[in-house]
Design a protein around this ligand. Structure first.
Ligand code: IVH
Length: 666
């Protein structure tokens, strides 16, 4: 069905409006009105239409958020007005000093201030012309930054078009990664044995400085804006008016606190020093700004920072305490992590008595000894770590630490492989490895067995009620009722929770197995691809590496896992206990594609590959990984591989992505 350009334009405009409205509902208001699937369907419809009418693609189209082609390098961007930093105030006294300077500068006592959180991310500048986002750039040295427009456009709460027609607007804000998203990202990276990000700020900065915008698009980033630096077409008398204007244009802003009493401002800052742990993002202080723009102009700037604003810094989440001892913990992968036992210290609202020392090299590099006074840091939700020694406090009595030669749990020799920072116990029957594996198996993102924590598992294990996670499913009431702190009700609840977990998705089960390098996302991909545990266990290296997200290392690890007789027996026992081992077949909702076999090759711009597969199957078709004479259609995305050549050779019908979408939707 062909449509005219006029019709296409009308439809595209409607879709654009609708999609951006839903984006706003989701990212800014945190109140989505439709499901993710419905949202994706709208976006795909737009992308398909734009593919047919590329002349209708505009800078503000939501299709521009998915991230286009990778760049060769970033270009520098000279800011219209430099991005300044702020002077610091540590504590109430220094805030009062700031107030005195303001009072002196203005020659009047009564000053109105706005107080807002200081978001701990990286500062970005957004440049709008005639209401459309033209350029987004990082701070750089303040004068010139890097042009990262493509990446910033992938951020859901950055408006591509302002709600009102404003001739020119330069906005400043902070790009960040929410705490929860940071934890999920690091968990995924840990599973893939990739370098972890030290904190959400580094994760956000690392994401925005990627040349491939698909990476930024895949990370959950947000921007909160806090200043208008240049504008045309309207006047602003107060900073608080600027925030209101920004909010009206569709930006996320924080709620300002307005007061003309500097002591009230200080109270508010102190209150946030505790409340900050409840926020979904990290803040490292508060910013106090003179509200009147006229007064701001009167006060002006020093060479580095405005005289009308100051950053109130929260007391550090660091503290000094005594390192009493070092022991090693053996993790699920056998990695042996030295851990410090500390004299308890209050940090960031909690008492800390353990902190990680990472690995042997870390201890050597920092020259950390038992008995030392050390600086301990608890950044956000991250495990506390020992940062450094306080050498002035040394007495000479400190003892050096040596990595044990033998595993404290199974006594087998600890090895350190070439090029690895971690020392490992490599005996897979080591009780510590097995116990940690069970803890992983029942954890929330795996089989999610409610009420089965570390303490109970350790008890089960020590009482020899279980040897591995499969044994959990064979536990009886009589087995557990006599354990410490276990009443009839909690025993029954626990058994119910264990039974309940038999229904978990195949993806969760795959992740629960703890196959090296296979994280939650890989679990999902493998489940979708192979559909049953049986098929996955027989997958060949070729089949595995044909999946775009599965690299040779992960494939090797999966094959090694299923080659192990013990692992197959373990899976068999899970199966016998009635654990779900397959993905519910996608119910064909129509038989439009019944009997048709598809092969997908190349990068699909709009519809992801797995979504394409689900769609095909929902219409009764099949997806195969290799092209043969039996293949009905080969769908070709960007940069297709040899499958494309093969299809041409065999004379199989070749569909572009837009033709494919037409076939699906037509
Ligand atoms: S005002 C002239 N407000 O903190 C405007 N900055 O050290 C000066 N920041 O690089 C900045 N939240 O990226 C301001 N609510 C906020 C902020 C904020 C975070 C960052 C900003 C700047 C740094 C200042």
């Amino acid at each position: 069905m062909k449509i005219t350009v006029e019709e296409a334009k009308k439809k595209i405009d409607t879709l654009k409006g609708e999609i951006e409205r839903h984006n706003y509902q989701y990212y800014v208001l945190d109140n989505p009105a439709i499901s993710d699937a419905e949202f994706d369907a709208l976006l795909r419809e737009l992308i398909a239409l734009e593919a047919d009418f590329p002349e209708l693609i505009t800078l503000d189209s939501p299709s521009q958020r998915v991230g286009g082609k990778p760049l060769e390098g970033f270009t520098t961007y000279t800011h219209r007005t430099p991005l300044l930093s702020l002077g610091n105030a540590f504590g109430r006294e220094e805030l009062l000093d700031f107030h005195r300077r303001v009072v002196n500068g203005l020659g009047r006592e009564n000053v109105e201030y706005v107080v807002e959180p200081k978001i701990d991310g990286l500062s970005v500048a957004l440049y709008y012309q005639n209401g459309i986002l033209q350029v987004g750039a990082t701070r750089g040295d303040g004068t010139t930054g890097e042009e990262v427009t493509q990446n910033l456009k992938t951020i859901g709460n950055v408006p591509l078009r302002l709600k009102e027609l404003i001739p020119a607007l330069d906005v400043r804000g902070e790009a960040y990664m929410p705490k929860g998203s940071f934890q999920r990202l690091n968990a995924e990276r840990e599973a893939r044995e990739e370098m972890l990000f030290a904190n959400p700020r580094n994760a956000a900065a690392g994401s925005i400085r990627q040349l491939d915008p698909k990476i930024a698009a895949s990370r959950d980033l947000r921007v909160i804006v806090y200043a208008v630096m240049y504008k045309e077409g309207f006047t602003l008398n107060k900073h608080s008016e600027a925030l209101e204007l920004l909010k009206r244009q569709g930006f996320s802003v924080t709620e300002p606190f307005i007061t003309n009493d500097i002591n009230k401002a200080a109270d508010y800052c102190e209150k946030w020093g505790q409340k900050r742990y409840d926020l979904p993002y990290e803040i490292d202080g508060m910013v106090i700004k003179v509200n009147s723009i006229e007064e701001q102009e009167q006060l002006g700037f020093t060479s580095k920072s405005p005289r009308w604003a100051v950053a109130y810094k929260f007391p550090a989440e660091q503290g000094v305490t005594k390192l009493l001892d070092i022991f090693v913990r053996v993790g699920r992968t056998g990695a042996v992590t030295p851990t410090a036992v500390l004299e308890p210290i209050r940090l960031a609202g909690t008492t800390v008595s353990r902190a990680t020392l990472h690995n042997e090299d870390y201890i050597k590099e920092k020259d950390i000894k038992i008995g030392d006074y050390v600086v301990v840091q608890k950044a956000g939700e991250i495990i506390p770590e020992v940062v450094k020694v306080v050498p002035e406090k040394r007495t000479g009595q400190e003892e050096p630490f040596n990595m044990p030669e033998y595993c404290p749990e199974c006594k087998s020799k600890i090895v350190r492989l070439e090029g690895e920072a971690a020392s490992r116990c490599i005996d897979i029957s080591c009780p510590a490895i097995v116990r940690e594996g069970i803890i992983h198996f029942v954890s929330r993102n795996a089989m999610n067995i409610d009420g089965l924590g570390e303490a109970i598992i350790t008890q089960f294990f020590e009482q020899q009620l279980i040897r591995d996670a499969a044994d959990l499913y064979y536990l009886k009431y009589e087995d557990i009722i006599n354990l410490e702190r276990m009443g009839p009700k909690s025993a029954q609840n626990l058994l119910t929770a264990i039974a309940e977990s038999k229904k978990r998705g195949l993806d969760q089960l795959i992740f629960a197995l703890g196959i090296r390098l296979v994280g939650q996302r890989a679990g999902k991909i493998l489940a979708l691809q192979f559909k049953t545990m049986d098929k996955l266990s027989k997958a060949s290296s070729e089949e595995l590496t044909a999946i775009p997200e599965i690299g040779p290392k992960m494939a090797e690890s999966i094959i090694a896992f299923f080659n192990e007789e013990k692992n197959l027996e373990f899976i068999q026992r899970l199966k016998n206990a009635g654990i779900n081992m397959e993905i519910a077949e996608v119910q064909a909702v129509s038989d439009k594609l019944a009997g048709k076999t598809f092969v997908l090759t190349g990068t699909m711009e709009g519809l992801g590959r797995r979504d394409a597969q689900v769609k095909i199957e929902a219409l009764g078709g099949k997806v195969s990984s290799s092209v043969s004479k039996k293949t009905d259609y080969v769908v070709v995305g960007a940069e297709p591989g040899s499958k494309y050549e093969k299809a041409k050779e065999l004379g199989v019908v070749i569909l572009s992505e837009s033709e494919f979408l037409e076939l699906l939707n037509g």
